[in-house]
Design a binder for this molecule. Sequence first.
Ligand code: SF4
Length: 190
Amino acid sequence: MKNKILLNVCCAPDATHTINALREAGYEPVTFFYNPNIHPRDEYFKRVEDMKKLAKETAVENITDVPYDIEEWFALCRPLAKEPERGRRCEVCFRMRMYKTAQKAKELGMEIFATTLTISPHKDTALINRLGKEAAEKYGVKYYESNFKKQDGFKKSIVLSKEHDLYRQDYCGCSYSLLERLKQKRGNCC
Ligand code: SF4
């Protein structure tokens, strides 16, 4: 029997290839969609539903009793509202999600956890891995260091997302990244 690994999922499209990669590495992922950063609420539940769909289609165990700690997230990140994407706000946001996943792994008696976040070419892989290790140490579990974008991982996730007919968002998740995206779109069309 394969070892279970708790997989922090930022969105279903990013989970597609990550699930395959972890299975190839000898693990059986259990997905954990903990993303209080996502705004607005409709967007959050849209992504939750897509994760449920993907879990069903890939026969993955998906944890569904996950809190939407939006107030806690804003309390930490509102002071960093003006930070650009990849700035200090993202570090705080990643840390919150890594810590919660490590805590959940401990609670479930799972030895190890991973995250889909390292599949994104827009995110700082070294930072994510550092925070994952920090969270693992705090909760006495292990962290699976990764760079899922390697060997065309990101491209593969795009193909798989189409095959599973998943919704693919065009902004990272928080209200600040949404605003940034809208500004870019406005800039492009005028
Ligand atoms: S841009 Fe993405 S990673 Fe950064 S704070 Fe917003 S949701 Fe979190």
